[in-house]
Design a protein around this ligand. Sequence first.
Ligand code: ADP
Ligand code: MG
Length: 139
Amino acid sequence: MSERTLAIIKPDAVKKHVIGDIIHRYEQAGLKPVAIKMLHMSKSVAEGFYAVHKTRPFFGSLCDFMSSCPAVVLVLQGDNAIKKNRELMGATDPAKADAGTIRKAHGANIEFNAVHGSDSPETANFEIGYFFPGMEIFD
Ligand code: ADP
Ligand code: MG
């Protein structure tokens, strides 16, 4: 079933000049970018995006990181896009990520882990709408 997911190429990956490598991996896996933009999140935009984590001890640090430099946000579309993207990404902690995953290749540690991907249809819906109005999504 074709579905959509939100991906973010996080500030650490943008600084490492691996935007192209990461988008290539999405495309090779059959995840088609249907929306894409670079933006420098304010701290409050990052806090709103990660509101689900607001009680976690790493919340402040995570939002500082996400608002430190520009990031690239994308909507990816394809069969089982949510699960497929989570598989491509690898585990949250790059040290535990499988070989061949984006986080294994480009993540530094459990916080600076290169990419974000929605984890369910409900979060995908919220996250896509958070960054993209319908008229900026093309399929
Ligand atoms: P994922 O991005 O794999 O869905 P989570 O939703 O649990 O992981 O966490 C969101 C983000 O918060 C992670 O991608 C990572 O950047 C950061 N993070 C998660 N756990 C920790 C932690 N223990 N310490 C610092 N940062 C963390
Ligand atoms: Mg998550």
